[in-house]
Design a protein around this ligand. Structure first.
Ligand code: SAM
Length: 276
């Protein structure tokens, strides 16, 4: 990965951690005081099943809200992220809510040199793949940490939803402008605020992103030695998107009355076969 792009993205995530941690979108206060003790979607809890006493590694864990939600459900959790600010906040939060958790700072591609062990579940979710230039390398890292007989799980925005203009468009206005398949050169944007607080100041910060197709992602997981158990597609995104409308349930969908359909989110579970 290009070092400049990596540093730009890390700088951005350090600042976004500060902004996001104080935002209504994440509402950390309700996680702390137990009003909203679990910040996970119902479908992912169902698809993953019981996690009690299982070891769970959360890749790209941000400041640990989802990681600690799994801990509240009984998993023995480890979270990893390249943002020092994110991991510092995750450790602080774990102490405050008195949950055991290990948090590791590392670029995703370097994680096998920073962390030992294999896990029953390797989990990653919501806004992760677009930061990664190399999907095959990502899949190898994910598979590396799955115990034989254990599984990898991802829930993420659908790559089809990533090809449309997301700024200055109206609900239902689908303007095809971005690549669907993996590309070498990053998509570079000047950042305005954070997805959790668009009004926050982020002057001078830039973002580098990469799109990847669904087929490339599934093939990368298979090539890394995992067996796909399911691939589910959903008709919503779990954060605001300008060409969608707010369903009032924490999900954004195509406007009512839209002709035709689009997949907007997906989940994949993939098992590492037992050897021998
Ligand atoms: C949208 S967050 C996903 C976390 C979770 N869905 C949430 O909302 O709390 C994306 C995370 O990817 C991390 N990230 C981006 N590029 C990375 C890289 N190369 N290595 C490790 N982490 C990375 C960022 O620091 C950020 O915490």
């Amino acid at each position: 990965m290009d070092d400049d792009a990596l540093s730009d993205n890390r700088r951005l995530w350090d600042r976004w951690t500060e902004i996001n941690a104080g935002s209504d979108f994440y509402d950390v206060a309700s996680f702390r005081d137990g009003r909203r003790p679990i910040r996970l979607a119902d479908y992912e809890r169902e698809e993953i099943g019981p996690v009690e006493v299982k070891t769970l590694l959360h890749l790209q864990c941000h400041f640990g809200l989802d990681t600690l939600s799994w801990a509240r459900l009984g998993a023995r959790v480890t979270g990893a992220d390249f943002s020092e600010a994110g991991i510092a906040m995750a450790r602080e939060l774990a102490t405050e809510v008195d949950l055991p958790a290990t948090f590791v700072i590392a670029n995703l591609y370097d994680l096998p040199t920073a962390l030992d062990g294999e896990f029953d579940i390797v989990y990653t979710s919501r806004g992760v793949l677009g930061w990664l230039p190399d999907l095959d390398g990502w899949a190898r890292v994910a598979a590396h940490f799955v115990k034989p007989g254990g599984f990898f799980y991802i829930t993420e925005i659908h790559p089809v939803a990533q090809v449309f203009e997301g700024e200055g468009v109206k609900p239902g206005e689908l303007r095809l402008i971005y690549p669907y398949w993996s590309h070498q050169e990053s998509l570079r944007f000047d950042v305005k605020g954070s997805y959790a607080d668009p009004t926050a100041s982020t002057d001078g910060l830039v973002e580098h992103g990469w799109n990847h197709s669904l087929g490339e992602m599934v093939t990368a997981l298979i090539d890394a030695g995992l067996r796909i158990d399911f691939l589910h597609e959903f008709d919503f995104v779990e954060w605001p998107v300008e060409f969608l409308v707010d369903g009032g349930d924490g999900r954004w969908r195509l406007p009512p009355g839209t002709k035709g359909e689009l997949p907007l989110f997906f989940s994949v579970k993939a098992t590492k076969p037992l050897i021998g």
